[in-house]
Design a binder for this molecule. Structure first.
Ligand code: CA
Length: 418
């Protein structure tokens, strides 16, 4: 059966994070998402480097099996790129990335997956998850120790068991080959979507009468509605009958971190890997050369030119002052927005050796802290069993004061009386 593909990729930094460490790719036969992690920088560089390497495998293959081998090879190759990069740039140690992608060969979809990004298939009104998260909590679910609902709020839900990066020399990529047909809609997404937007909403959007562009933009919109605490990246791939008329023009497009170039920045004798967005440069510089002009040699004309130049300079100073004012206003506005958001959050931690509810978020920025003590409870941290004690010491994030109360009650119940 002959098929054709319409797709769209979109990525958003979200409402809380300082950088977008996600990458996404929508090409001709290949589609994927990569969610970077690690240190100060690192995560964005990891997902960009891996994405740019793996995108080379976007080719027409004669059969699914060689495509599966080529995709696996490309992913292992990307892993080596990350390792050699960390060898040369120690400041990037610990960086890594997930990868969840699909390579289409006629009506066969070759799926490759490592980490906790996800792939879903919507077929005939039913949506099912194709990949299984390589996370600590998924293992607990698989072995029947917690329910999928408990996994969603588990404090260690983001701990990954498998990932690309400088961890393992030959990480295992899950692969499968799945038949696809016209009418199928595939969703590839980072946990910035699947971790925060309820399944019912994602499923409703996937099965709605939208095109790939609308569906992916609406999904990211939902993530923003749900607070978007993490970067969110969505790739929607629609399988159409060859005869279907569509506006979609196949192209290859990176979104998120991979849309930037990774460059080496040498500064104070140290080499730093940085992301450079080439499209931003002309805007940042914002300079234009004045055209060379013919100048007659007379005092009158000189005065005229001088006056004109002075008024140009004055105008430019005004423009500059106005721009700085606008920028300062923007920074204050953004800061205030982010701060207000942090003050709607709570977490449970320790103060004076007691279990304590904090208002705000535990992250700080230099001397600025975004939390204050809300209530210090009577529960001494040493009264707790070791596991609960560790949880509290790492802090437990909660969405509301009611939830914080429930967490404290659970801890109170766990107190060891000796
Ligand atoms: Ca993420």
């Amino acid at each position: 059966m002959s098929i054709k593909i319409a797709s769209h990729a979109t990525s958003n930094i979200g409402r809380v994070r300082a950088s977008n460490q996600d990458s996404g790719y929508a090409g001709y036969q290949l589609f994927f998402v990569a969610d970077g992690m690690g240190g100060h920088a690192g995560g964005d560089i990891a997902s960009a480097l891996a994405s740019q390497r793996i995108a080379h495998v976007d080719n027409n293959f004669a059969a699914a099996e060689p495509a599966r081998i080529a995709l696996t090879e490309a992913v292992l190759d990307a892993n080596r790129v990350l390792q050699t990069t960390v060898d040369a740039h120690v400041e990037l140690a610990g960086m890594g990335t997930t990868f969840s992608g699909m390579l289409f060969v006629d009506n066969q979809a070759v799926v490759g997956h490592i980490g906790d990004s996800r792939i879903y298939l919507a077929r005939e009104g039913e949506v099912r998850q194709i990949t299984s998260d390589h996370t600590f909590v998924q293992r607990l679910v698989d072995t029947g120790r917690i329910t999928p609902e408990e996994a969603l709020v588990h404090p260690r839900r983001s701990v990954l068991m498998r990932v690309l990066g400088d961890v393992e020399e030959t990480p295992t990529l899950d692969t499968q080959i799945i038949e696809t047909m016209p009418g199928d809609r595939w969703l590839l997404c980072s946990d910035g979507l699947s971790g925060f937007v309820p399944d019912e909403i994602v499923n409703r959007l996937l099965t709605s009468k939208t095109d790939a562009f609308e569906a992916s933009e609406l999904l990211v919109g939902e993530a923003l509605e749900y607070g978007a605490p993490d970067n969110v990246t969505v790739v929607v791939v629609d399988i159409l009958d060859q005869a279907t008329k569509t506006e979609h023009v196949p192209t290859a497009r990176f979104v998120g971190s991979a849309a930037n170039d990774v460059v080496i920045d040498e500064r104070k004798g140290r080499k730093l890997l940085r992301l450079l967005n080439p499209r931003l440069l002309p805007e940042l510089l914002g300079r234009r050369n004045d055209e060379a002009a013919f100048a007659p040699e007379s005092d009158e004309y000189l005065d005229f030119i001088l006056n004109q130049t002075m008024s140009k300079i004055r105008a430019r100073r005004w423009r500059q002052a106005l721009t700085y004012l606008l920028l300062a206003g923007l920074v204050v506005g953004l800061g205030f927005g982010a701060y207000s958001y942090t003050q709607t959050r709570y977490y449970v931690g320790v103060s004076n050796q007691h279990v304590t509810i904090y208002k705000g978020i535990k992250e700080s920025m230099g001397p600025f802290k975004f939390s204050k003590i809300f209530t210090e409870t009577e529960i001494k941290i040493d009264q707790l069993p070791e596991y609960q004690k560790q949880l509290v010491e790492r802090t437990i994030g909660v969405a509301s004061i009611e939830e914080a109360g429930r967490v404290v009650q659970t801890l109170r119940d766990a107190v060891v009386n000796d």
